[in-house]
Design a protein around this ligand. Structure first.
Ligand code: GLY
Length: 196
C-alpha cells in the first residue's frame, strides 16, 4: 500500500517484490501439501473437518473512531497449488469501511468468497443492522445459496463504528474474542441456521 500504487501482487511477481523490499525468505507449509497414508496428495473438500486451516480475522476500533482490520491464514489443508482463498480477497475474508464498520471471515474460503461475504456483512450494517444481525443474515444468505446437506463451515465477526460487535457461524458454536481496555473474554456465537 505504501510502496506501489497497486492493490494486489501475487505469485512470482509478489515474491520478487518482497525480495526487493528485503523481506526474509521462509518455507511455508504450502510447500508441503498433506499426503495421504498411501503417499498420494488428497485434495480438500467442503466435508473436511473445520480444523483443516487456521485463519484469524482481527477488527479494531481506535479511540479516534478509525477502524482497521487484518486477516491471516494458512489457507486450506490439502489445497491445489495455486488455490486462492477468501482471506486475501478484499470483500471476501475481510472488509473495512471507516464510515460503517468492518467484518472478517474464517472457514471454508470457497463458500465465503463466492458471496463477497465480508462485504455483505458491512453492507447489511450500512443498512442499519447490528453487527450480530448482519453476520447472521449473511450466513443465512449463503446457506440459502448452497446445497443443503453439505457442511458450510463459514463464520463472520463484525464491529461497527459505534463499537458494537457480533458474530455468527454455520456451525453449532463459533467462539470469538473481544478485548477492551479493561477486559478480554471469549464469546460463543450460536448457529444462525440449521442445515440438514
Ligand atoms: N478461510 C481461509 C481459506 O479458506 O483460505
Amino acid at each position: 500500500m505504501e510502496k506501489t500504487s497497486h492493490v494486489m501482487l501475487v505469485g512470482e511477481g509478489a515474491r520478487q517484490f518482497a525480495i526487493a523490499q528485503q523481506l526474509e525468505t521462509v518455507e511455508t507449509i504450502a510447500a508441503h501439501p498433506h499426503q495421504s497414508a498411501r503417499g498420494k496428495r488428497r485434495l480438500a473438500s467442503p466435508r473436511d473437518p473445520a480444523g483443516n486451516h487456521d485463519t484469524i480475522a482481527l477488527l479494531v476500533l481506535h479511540a479516534n473512531g478509525d477502524i482497521a482490520g487484518g486477516c491471516s491464514t494458512s489457507g486450506l489443508g490439502k489445497k491445489l497449488p495455486g488455490r486462492v482463498g477468501d482471506s486475501p480477497i478484499i470483500g471476501g475474508g475481510l472488509y473495512v469501511d471507516n464510515e460503517v464498520g468492518a467484518a472478517g471471515a474464517t472457514g471454508l474460503g470457497e463458500n465465503i468468497m463466492r458471496y463477497c461475504g465480508s462485504f455483505m456483512v458491512v453492507e447489511y450494517m450500512r443498512q442499519g443492522m447490528s453487527p450480530e444481525e448482519a453476520c447472521r443474515e449473511t450466513v443465512r444468505r449463503i446457506t440459502r445459496g448452497e446445497r443443503s446437506g453439505t457442511a458450510l463451515n463459514i463464520n463472520f465477526v463484525a464491529l461497527d463504528k459505534y463499537g458494537r460487535y457480533g458474530a455468527a457461524g454455520s456451525g453449532k458454536e463459533f467462539p470469538f474474542s473481544v478485548t477492551t481496555q479493561t477486559s478480554s473474554r471469549v464469546i460463543r456465537a450460536t448457529a444462525s441456521e440449521k442445515r440438514g
